[in-house]
Design a protein around this ligand. Structure first.
Ligand SMILES: C[S@@+](CC[C@H](N)C(=O)[O-])C[C@H]1O[C@@H](n2cnc3c(N)ncnc32)[C@H](O)[C@@H]1O
Length: 189
């Protein structure tokens, strides 16, 4: 994902310990800061953060943990919104918050809930969870996003479908305006 998206604030929603937010900064230092939001920030988030700062001192002062419901978070167009395992319909809230702001987004959904999420009447052809993620991907594309669908290794998590999106008309970051044709070129290299 960092090969596609550089710069911009990282906003990790349903962040838990905020590990993803911090990995995003470790993997690519072009993002100035990260915001890790969870309804309940675990006490051990501080312990984990301190351990990471010991190993990567450049993380110090760049990660904010916020105990808050995600739907009140203000997202701006330059942000990169990420969320791992936002359960059930929470992944749809993440996608909605990102798309309303025209921010870049990446989600790895889990706990697919056919009652809370849209399976698009596709469940006769594929399992419910795949149908829900297909609908998410097509909805994102229908909102004027270029999408990337990938899978991560199953030994990391069996909930392995990664959906990435960026406004198809480009986006503004602290590194300047990025047009998607540049991304396509960098994907090939
Ligand atoms: C399965 S955990 C994933 C945590 C983390 N992303 C990870 O992969 O380890 C889901 C998280 O969503 C949080 N959560 C649930 N509802 C939320 C909401 N409305 N706003 C923010 N966080 C929420 C929970 O507190 C929980 O930490």
């Amino acid at each position: 994902m960092r090969r596609l998206f550089r710069g911009g604030r990282i906003v990790d929603l349903a962040a838990g310990h905020g590990l993803l937010a911090q990995l995003m900064l470790i993997l690519d230092d072009t993002s100035p800061c990260a915001l890790a939001v969870d309804a309940v920030v675990p006490l051990s988030a501080t312990t984990l953060h301190q351990a990471l700062v010991e190993r990567w001192p450049r993380l110090a002062g760049r990660v904010t943990f916020l105990a808050s419901p995600m739907d009140v978070i203000e997202i701006v167009p330059g942000d990169i919104v990420v969320s791992i395992h936002a359960c059930g319909g929470l992944t749809d809230v993440v996608l909605q918050l990102a798309t309303v702001a025209r921010a870049r987004v990446a989600v790895l959904p889990c706990c697919h809930d056919v009652d809370a999420c849209d399976a698009g009447a596709l469940s006769g052809w594929m399992d419910d969870s795949l149908a829900i993620d297909v609908m998410r991907a097509r909805r994102l594309a229908g909102q004027g996003y270029r999408i990337w669908t990938q899978r991560i290794p199953q030994d990391i998590t069996p909930k392995d479908r990664l959906l990435i999106g960026a406004p198809a008309d480009g986006f503004q970051t602290d590194l300047g305006h990025v047009a998607l044709h540049d991304d396509r070129r960098s994907e090939r290299t």
